[in-house]
Design a protein around this ligand. Structure first.
Ligand code: J2J
Length: 547
């Protein structure tokens, strides 16, 4: 790509010094953290998870030991500090020792989601220059190992495919532990994925120092204690169940993490009852499904104290039903893999908990609500207090730039280092944020993010498609779904099912396949001749009215 420039953008040295002086950044790596957790919590249960019909129940000591062995095995394989490894693991217990093993080596996990397919994994491997892909075999009727091998065959840097559950992986995980130098805590620890709005997902470089700060504070804000039990219901590689407070917050507190193989109410309620789960996090559609299921469940959910809801807007109606239906406290969370995470506090007045998406983790999270009509607004272009504007942020755990994306960074960040979140918010006098909309070209499909341009590019690869525009349609269950407007080339007549199949067969996550397809003769245009997505949304709303 044209994105020449430094691989990533560190915080300015004076700012970094400030974050260290205030105790946010403590110079600890994830590997060192696990060592100290194992010393403090030895025989307490760290992780409970299921794979291939068997339940694993590992103590902190066992988790630490497994991570040491995997680290040694990776080194013997030739994986080195600074190498990138695409990790595509569903909620299997091996996720934790494998990721901590990589961290001990100083290798960087690149966190793919289980839903990602060939085209996304290839992009992550290419963009990061990954040396290996770590995955599972068959999962939810998809052969992940085969996908990983296809990626390895197509991307030169990829030398190894490691499959959890295979004899090779078992051997690697049985390697004798060895001393390894601790990586630089100020250095990159892993690459997260952006929800994206342009083209393919961007990679987000997070450091040990910055991420551990957000994890530590999240655990405190969510009141995690050693006797807490956190249920990871969502795919654990995602930033939310990983760190808000997520499995890392639970580990940090010496609590137990339970990995749900699936997020449905049957599975989750079974685990809540069996493991005495005290806290978990879901997206709004899942919260709605759990609320419904709770009315007729025979499971005992009385251990549940807190339900986090975030990833997409939780409307007031749903928010009000959660406490009564599930017998727990609602905690809203508004976060992003780029950094900033906001929580309603457990002792906030109900009104704030029901109507806002929380306030930032850190007193040093800087928030600016700026002119929403100017995509290039500076951090000084603030709207009057209490009005809606575009959210900009910078702080001790928000990145200053995407990985290997200098060109994109020029518009995604302000000159003074604020990240343009693309979210439209209003700020209350208490400093809480209410998310009221979005200025970015992204569809939020019940928490799963779809970059309009990525799907448009897939559609435009079809020989019968001249132009494509993907927009959000309001949806009662998911909040939003995707609608692809398509202009055919002269003489072609691609049908909706054909186009949906075409996108799916290009190897993309199922949630990116357009829910609706409308074939039209031309797009409405704006004054300067650009496709008017606003008018397309209006047209869709009219269509929906006609029923
Ligand atoms: C409205 N929009 C929200 C909310 C995220 C914790 C929780 C969520 C994420 C996440 C995360 C929202 N109401 N409560 O990383 O650590 C939308 C916004 C935001 C984008 C980020 C975490 N919570 N959103 O969802 O990187 O548009 O992270 O900018 O996937 O999700 O998406 P993502």
């Amino acid at each position: 790509s044209s994105d020449a420039g430094p691989d990533h953008t560190p915080w300015p040295p004076a700012v970094a010094a400030r974050y260290r002086a205030s105790g946010h950044w403590r110079g600890q790596t994830f590997g060192a953290l696990l060592t100290s957790l194992a010393e403090a919590h030895t025989d307490r249960t760290a992780v409970v998870g299921e794979r291939a019909g068997a339940t694993a129940r590992w103590t902190f000591t066992e988790l630490d030991e497994r991570a040491h062995r995997i680290a040694a095995g990776l080194v013997e394989l030739g994986v080195r500090a600074g190498d990138r490894v695409v990790v595509q693991l569903p909620n299997v217990p091996e996720f934790l020792p494998a990721v901590f093993g990589l961290w001990r080596v100083g290798a960087w996990p690149v966190f793919a989601l289980p839903a990602h397919r060939d085209s996304e994994l290839r992009h992550f491997a290419e963009q990061s220059g990954a040396v290996a892909v770590l995955t599972v075999g068959e999962h939810e009727r998809h052969d992940h190992a085969a996908t990983a091998r296809a990626v390895a065959a197509g991307v030169r840097s990829v030398r190894h495919v490691l499959v959890v559950g295979s004899a090779e992986f078992d051997d690697l995980a049985a390697t004798a532990p060895r001393e390894l130098p601790d990586p630089d805590p100020a250095g990159v620890a892993f690459l997260q994925l952006s929800g994206g709005s342009t083209g393919l997902p961007k990679l987000i470089p997070r450091t040990h120092d910055d991420y551990l700060y957000s994890v530590r504070e999240s655990a405190r804000i969510c009141a995690l204690r050693p006797d807490s039990v956190y249920l990871a219901a969502l795919p654990v590689a995602h930033n939310y169940p990983l760190s808000s407070p997520g499995v890392l917050g639970a580990l940090h507190a010496g609590a137990t993490t339970v990995l749900a193989p699936r997020p449905d109410a049957d599975t989750a309620f079974r685990l809540i009852e069996a493991e005495g789960v005290t806290i978990t996090g879901v997206v709004p559609p899942l919260a709605a499904a759990w609320v419904q299921a709770a009315a007729r469940t025979s499971r005992d959910l009385s251990s549940l104290e807190v339900l986090l809801v975030g990833g997409a807007k939780c409307g007031r109606e749903l928010a009000e039903r959660i406490g009564p239906a599930l017998g727990c406290r609602l905690q809203q969370v508004f976060g992003m893999a780029e950094g900033l995470v906001c929580y309603t506090r457990l002792d906030d007045p109900d009104e704030l908990v029901l109507t806002t998406q929380g306030r930032p983790i850190s007193p040093d999270d800087e928030i600016r609500v700026v002119d929403p009509d100017n995509p290039a607004a500076a951090s000084t272009d603030e709207v009057p207090a209490g009005e809606v504007g575009a959210l900009l942020t910078r702080g001790p755990y928000t990145i200053r730039g995407y990985y290997r994306a200098a060109g994109h960074n020029a518009t995604a960040f302000t000159a003074d280092g604020f990240y343009r979140t693309g979210d439209l918010v209003r700020r209350t006098p208490t400093g809480h944020l209410e998310v009221v909309g979005r200025a970015k070209e992204q569809i939020n499909r019940g928490g799963e993010k779809v970059a309009a341009e990525e799907v448009e590019n897939h559609l435009m690869a079809h020989p019968g498609v001249l132009d494509a525009a993907v927009v959000a349609v309001p949806d009662e269950y998911l909040g939003e779904r995707t609608c692809a407007y398509v202009v055919p080339v002269a003489g072609a007549a691609p049908t909706a099912p054909e186009l949906r199949r075409f996108v799916r067969e290009r190897g993309v996550a199922a949630f990116k396949v357009p829910d609706l397809v409308q074939v039209v003769e031309a797009f409405p245009v704006t004054g300067v001749g650009k496709t008017s997505k606003r008018e397309l949304r209006v047209a869709l709303a009219a269509l929906a009215k006609e029923g």
